[in-house]
Write a protein that binds this ligand. Structure first.
Ligand code: 13P
Length: 305
C-alpha cells in the first residue's frame, strides 16, 4: 500500500503519466493512467501534456513514445523489457531488401527498433496493418518482421497487393499456441467464441471467430453477447478482461502464452524509476527524425477494429 502511495505522490510531483500495455502485471495495469494496445499507447504518448512518460511495456514501445514526444522525459522502469520479435530484423536486413526490391514499399510492424523504423516507409500495429497496407500506392509490399501478421494481412487486403516477401520473424509467445490446444478447448466449450491476436500462426487464426489487437480483444469480449470466450493472446490480458467482464467466462487458450519481457516492470522498479528519473530512453536525433515520419504516417490513418 505504501509503495502505491509513494508512486502516486511522485507521479503528481513530477507531472508524470504512467502508460501501460495490456500485457503488464495486474498491479501495473491497475495503477496506470492509461492502459491500451500499441496504437492507443502511441496516440496517448503523442498527445499527453505530462512532462514525463513512464512507459510500462517493452523497449520498442518506450522508444516510440520518445520519437513521438522528443521533448518529454521517457522512462522504461526495467531495461530488460525487450521484444524478441523486434530483434529479428536489423537495419542491414532492410538495406539489403531495399536494394533487391527498389520498387517496393517497406512496411514495418511497430515491434521494431527505432533504427529499423527509420529505414522503412510506414509502420503499422496489429490493429491497423490491413488499413496501412491498403493506404499505400505501391502494389509491391515488403512486410516485416512478423510472418504471421504479414500472412494475415496478405489474406485480408482488399487491394490486389502482391505480398511477395514475408519476413520470417515471429513472436515466441504467440507461436506457443497450437491449433490442438484451441480444438481441445472448443470441444470442452462448444459455444465459446475464440478471439486471437494476429501474431498467432495461420492454423490457429483459421479457428478464430475474431482476429484483432489486444484492445480489439477487450472490445470484442465486451460487445459479444456470448458467455464463454477462449482468449488467444498473452495471458496477462485476462486481468483486465475479468475486471471489465465479471459475468463472462474467460478461458486462456494456452497457459504457455506468457511473455516474461512484459513482466520485468513491477511496482518496485516503477517506484525507483519515478524517484530517480531513470532508465531514460533516448533516440539520436538523426534516427528519430526519420523514424518519426514512419510512425506519423501510420497515425494519420484511421483506426477500425
Ligand atoms: P497490440 O498492439 O495488439 O497490443 O500488440 C502488441 C504486441 O506486442 C503483441 O505481442
Amino acid at each position: 500500500m505504501e509503495i502505491i502511495e509513494e508512486i502516486n505522490r511522485l507521479r503528481k510531483e513530477k507531472h508524470a503519466v504512467i502508460l501501460a500495455h495490456n500485457y503488464q502485471l495486474p498491479e501495473i495495469q491497475d495503477i496506470s493512467d492509461f492502459l491500451g494496445d500499441s496504437l492507443e499507447l502511441s496516440r496517448k504518448a503523442a498527445s499527453t501534456d505530462a512532462d514525463v512518460i513512464v512507459f510500462c511495456g517493452v523497449h520498442f514501445m518506450a522508444e516510440t513514445a520518445k520519437i513521438l514526444s522528443p521533448l518529454k522525459t521517457v522512462i522504461l522502469p526495467d531495461l530488460r523489457s525487450g521484444c524478441p520479435l523486434a530483434n529479428m530484423v536489423t537495419v542491414q536486413d532492410i538495406k539489403k531488401l531495399r536494394s533487391e526490391n527498389p520498387d517496393a514499399s517497406v512496411v514495418c510492424y511497430i515491434n521494431t527498433s527505432a533504427e529499423v523504423k527509420a529505414e522503412c516507409d510506414i509502420c503499422c500495429t496489429s490493429s491497423n496493418a490491413v488499413d496501412v497496407v491498403n493506404s499505400l500506392p505501391s502494389n509491391t509490399i515488403v512486410f516485416l518482421p512478423d510472418r504471421n501478421l504479414g500472412n494475415y494481412v496478405s489474406k485480408h487486403t482488399s487491394k490486389k497487393i502482391r505480398l511477395w516477401r514475408i519476413w520470417d520473424g515471429f513472436c515466441p509467445t504467440h507461436e506457443n499456441l497450437k491449433a490442438e490446444d484451441v480444438l481441445q478447448l472448443k470441444k470442452q466449450y462448444p459455444d465459446a467464441r475464440f478471439v486471437a491476436h494476429p501474431e498467432c500462426t495461420e492454423d490457429v487464426l483459421k479457428l478464430a471467430d475474431k482476429v484483432t489487437s489486444t484492445s480489439g480483444i477487450i472490445k470484442y469480449v465486451k460487445d459479444e453477447p456470448a458467455k464463454n470466450f477462449i482468449i488467444g493472446t498473452e495471458t496477462a490480458i485476462l486481468h483486465r478482461l475479468k475486471k471489465e467482464n465479471p459475468d463472462k467466462n474467460l478461458i486462456p487458450a494456452s497457459r504457455q502464452m506468457f511473455c516474461q519481457n512484459m513482466k520485468y516492470n513491477n511496482l518496485e522498479s516503477l517506484y525507483e524509476s519515478l524517484l530517480n528519473m531513470e532508465p531514460e530512453i533516448e533516440v539520436p536525433k538523426k534516427i528519430r527524425d526519420k523514424a518519426f515520419l514512419t510512425i506519423d504516417k501510420m497515425l494519420k490513418i484511421g483506426r477500425k477494429d
